[in-house]
Design a protein around this ligand. Sequence first.
Ligand SMILES: Cc1cc2nc3c(=O)[nH]c(=O)nc-3n(C[C@H](O)[C@H](O)[C@H](O)COP(=O)(O)O)c2cc1C
Length: 344
Amino acid sequence: MSLYPLIRPLAFALDAERAHRATIGVLKLIPATLPPKFPDSLRSTVAGLEFPSPIGLAAGFDKNAEVPEQMLSLGFGFVEVGTLTPRAQEGNPKPRLFRLREDRAVINRLGFNNEGQAIAFQRVLGCRHVHGIVGVNIGANKDSADRIADYVEGVRAMSPVARYLTINISSPNTPGLRQLQDEGALRALLSAVEEARDPKGPPIFLKVAPDLGAGEPDQIVRIAIQHKMDAIIVANTTVSRPLLKSRFRKEAGGLSGEPLKPLALKALREFRAASGGEIPLIGVGGIANADDAWERIRAGASLVQLYSAMVYRGPGIARRIARGLAKRLAREGFANVAEAVGTE
Ligand SMILES: Cc1cc2nc3c(=O)[nH]c(=O)nc-3n(C[C@H](O)[C@H](O)[C@H](O)COP(=O)(O)O)c2cc1C
C-alpha cells in the first residue's frame, strides 16, 4: 500500500520548495541498498550501459546527488543527478517553484541552484552502484564568461564518477543557455566536448528543449552524431503556455507535467524521424503512467524519465510504471523493451 496519499496533504501544505527539501530529508532515511526486482523484459542495453528498467528519474529532483541510491531503491532503473555547474550558485530569487495542481503541472525558474560539482563528485563517488545507474547532468554557471569552458570542465570533473553524463543546453532559466542549441554554437560546444572526453569515459547524452523550430531536430541530430554523442534526451521544460487553469499559470519559467506531454511526444517523434534510430533517444515530459511510457517507447524512446508526475502521485510511481510496462510488453507480444522501440 502506498503511504503517499496520506503524506501528500502535508507536503502540499508547505510551499513547493520547502516541500521538496523536506522530501529529500525523508528520503535520506531510506536504506539505499534495497534492490528492486524488475522483470527481465525491462532490462536493456543503451549506449553500452545495462539498465535494469527503462524508467528513470529526470534531472532537477536530486540536483546535488543527495539521494540517488534511495531513488534507485524506490524503483527507478536510473537516476540523473544535477544540473551541476562547476561552481556552486544560489539560483534565482524565491519564490521560483510553483505547483499548478489543477493542471498536474509544475513551473520552475530555479536557475541551476546547486552546491557545485566538487561536493556532488564526493557523493556520487560514495555510491555503491549495487543496482541501477547514476548519471550526472552538467551545465554552465550563470555568470560564466565562457560557457563552453564550463561544459568542458564538467566533462573532465564528473567523468570519473558518472555512469553517463548529460550536457544540458535546454534549461530556460539561465539566460542565453538555450542558444547553445543553435547550429554554430552547438558545433563549437560538441566539438569541445568531444575533444575533452576520455575515450574510456562514460557515454555522453545531449538534452534538448521541446520548443524547437522546423528543421532544428534534423540539424541537432546531425551535429550530435557527428560529434559522437551517445543519446539525445527529449525534452526539457517548455517556455510555451498551453491552456492552463492554475493561478500560477502566468509565472515565468519552464513548464513540466501533464500539459507538456503532447509537446514532448511531438518533439520525440520529430527526433525519431530525423534520426531513423541511428542514435538512441530518451523520452521525458509529462509521463505519468505505463501507457505514457509505452507510447513514448513506441514513438522511438529507448528509455524514459519523469519528475513532475512524482509530485502528484508519489515516489511509488516508478515501480508502478515498471510493472505496468512489463505487462503491456507481454500483452503485445514483445520479449523486451528494445523490440518495441520505434514500432508505432
Ligand atoms: C523543479 C524542476 C527542476 C528541474 N531542474 C532541471 C535541471 O536542473 N536540469 C535539467 O536538465 N532538467 C531539469 N528539469 C526538467 C526535468 O528534468 C524534465 O526534463 C521536465 O520536468 C519534463 O519532465 P516531467 O514532465 O516528467 O517533469 C527540472 C524540472 C522541474 C519540475
